[in-house]
Design a protein around this ligand. Sequence first.
Ligand code: ADP
Ligand code: MG
Length: 253
Amino acid sequence: MNTSLPMIEITALRKSYGDLEVLKEINLKVETGGVVSLIGPSGSGKSTLLRCINLLVVPDDGAIRVGKTAFSFGQALQPPRSRTLADFRSRTGMVFQNFNLFPHMSVLENVMEAPVHVRRLPKAAARDMAMTQLEKVGLADRAAQMPETLSGGQKQRVAIARALAMEPEVMLFDEATSALDPELVGEVLQTMQKLASDGMTMVIVTHEIAFARDVADRVVFMRDGYVVEDGPAREVIENPKSEATQSFLSHYH
Ligand code: ADP
Ligand code: MG
């Protein structure tokens, strides 16, 4: 019997921007080593939810636990201290649509940056760590190059290596392939698939429905700030229960 706690546990999470309630009452669990794909129309709150998981966005109410670190939010509570936040974020790898590599640093320096400046690893150890992660994404031979000499797919794989270099407990992907030319999408999805099969806990916002079906354990469909459907990936994609999910997915067939 598996009695271990889920790696990520989100309870009754709420977030508003002014009068706009973007997350209405989100409950979500992700098992250790689990891969959850978040899908849904634009504006449904996917990015906000992902940003709440690493507290780039601070929720108004509810609770979040990642690994051993738990936060509660609400009127009566002080927001977490900035030091606590920074610490927490550094253990939660995030990959965005636009890779945001440092243009004036080599690939290796990009991946070493956080281990040296945030984790305070000695340079040699950070370099080893960075090379290990670059090998994992298949770009060890590009370590000395500048980002501008890489393709979009390679840049995104460097961004993944950079996140991994902090040895995160979870990896969050926000439309990591949406800005790529179609022929470059595959190599990034492949890198993500490998991470998943290595046992990384992942939450993936994506429009790649086939990828969600094949790689995620679970698919969560969001609309208007609610989780509308949450189930085994293949079941949700191929046989969605809610009309909203059916209608959303019909645009992809
Ligand atoms: P998705 O990623 O599913 O497209 P988002 O989480 O980005 O959805 O956005 C959900 C809603 O919140 C949208 O209506 C968006 O305009 C709004 N929103 C997102 N971020 C902000 C912000 N920083 N300030 C105000 N409104 C925001
Ligand atoms: Mg988004």
